[in-house]
Design a protein around this ligand. Structure first.
Ligand code: SAH
Ligand code: SF4
Length: 362
């Protein structure tokens, strides 16, 4: 459900204009996810809408809850059977974030990422993207805590900048004062580095947070971990960050997963320091070190002592760095663990080589 769909309902069912506000109130203020429960509508209209229309595009298929009750993962089944995952996180009391998917699967094939191993099933529509937020906002979990969502992160399945049109439209909807009304600074988009879209994003959404998944500051290693590094290598990524910072003057986040014996040695930390220092406004750069979450990819997480050593090296060299807390590991809801056997079959998925060719032709 979004503003466009509400307008569609009003036109299709020839409803008076004041119904628009009633829909906004019901879905976005009161968190009602069923036409039947909207008391301000006449009974006959409720029945009619309930029979013919859906409030949410994704039907809940399974729900997982972490033991500590600070992470929840929902599998949503879309109209064509594609499954997507969305995660609700409660990192500290009173603070709720949700992590949403922009695609079913992902075509970029990063070797450490469970979603990457699925290939791309398909892009999500703008409504399918924002409906993940609405799903949590109307869920009993948030209601039982009497809480609202504070932050939205595009860090679920898929590469947001490979689905630019729908993702941009979903961002506008999340900020729409009549519907989600979420402030730009409470929204973050993470990209593996689709360079042409970074600049467009800076022009269109200068207040929304940007995170760049780097994971290695050396081309040979980054290419091994992230095939997207071939068309969009590190020096071009640096230019894109320079251009982004010039346009926005906002903080940019560099995401760096620490993988045992791959990218966690001091020589790799040196590359990262050199990279950050080569960014003109590097005082605006913040490195988030992420502890690797195991997938089927065969990698292991860095040992704690090595992770601390890596962090200390960066800090000593003047790079602002934090090690990010991981929630939801026990429900495979942590970063990069979002993968599933898809009922519409992986045979229809588009895998990395073909996808990269298509992407760079566009
Ligand atoms: N495609 C986008 C957004 C989705 S991935 C991107 O790559 O940025 C969200 C974040 O999870 C990225 O920083 C990604 O690199 C990270 N991630 C992927 N697999 C991971 C894993 N196994 N452990 C920890 N983080 C992972
Ligand atoms: Fe896709 Fe991001 Fe996973 Fe890479 S890390 S495969 S870009 S979802």
């Amino acid at each position: 459900m979004n503003s466009e769909k509400i307008n569609f309902l009003v036109e299709t069912y020839k409803l008076p204009k004041f119904r628009i506000q009633q829909f906004y109130d019901a879905f976005f203020d009161q968190g009602i996810a069923s036409f039947n429960l909207i008391k301000t509508l006449p009974k006959s209209l409720r029945t009619q809408l309930n029979t013919n229309e859906q409030v949410l595009t994704g039907a809940p298929y399974r729900l997982f809850s972490s033991k500590s009750k600070n992470a929840f993962k929902a599998l949503l089944r879309l109209h064509d059977g594609a499954l997507i995952e969305t995660v609700l996180l409660n990192p500290k009391p009173g603070l709720w974030s949700c992590c949403i998917s922009s695609q079913a699967g992902c075509g970029l094939g990063c070797t450490f990422c469970a979603t990457g191993s699925m290939g791309l099933i398909r892009n999500l529509s703008a409504e399918e993207i924002t409906d993940q937020v609405l799903y949590w906002q109307t869920s009993d979990i948030l209601k039982s805590f009497r809480s609202k969502l504070n932050n939205i992160v595009y860090m679920g399945m898929g590469e947001p900048f490979c689905n630019k049109k729908a993702v941009f439209s979903s961002l506008n909807e999340l900020m729409n004062p009549s519907t989600f009304n979420i402030g730009a600074r409470h929204i973050s988009v993470s990209t593996a580095g689709i360079i042409p879209v970074i600049s467009e994003f800076a022009d269109t959404f200068p207040q929304i947070n940007l995170a760049l998944s780097l994971h290695a500051a050396d081309d040979t290693l980054r290419q091994k971990l992230m095939p997207i590094n071939k068309p969009y290598p590190i020096n071009k990524l640096r230019d894109a960050i320079d251009c982004y910072l010039n346009k926005t003057n906002r903080k940019v986040f560099i995401e760096y997963i620490l993988i045992d014996n791959e990218n966690d040695g001091i020589p790799m930390a040196e590359h990262l320091v050199t990279f950050v220092k080569s960014i003109k406004k590097n005082h605006l750069v913040h490195v988030n070190l992420i502890l690797y979450n195991r997938t089927d990819g065969g990698y292991l997480e860095s040992q704690k002592q090595i992770a601390d050593q890596f962090k200390n090296y960066l800090v000593k060299n003047g790079v602002k760095t934090t090690i990010r807390k991981n929630l939801g590991r026990d429900i495979n809801g942590a970063c990069g663990q979002l993968a599933l056997k898809n009922p519409i079959g992986n045979s229809s998925a588009c895998h990395t080589d073909a996808y990269l060719k298509k992407l760079t032709r566009e």
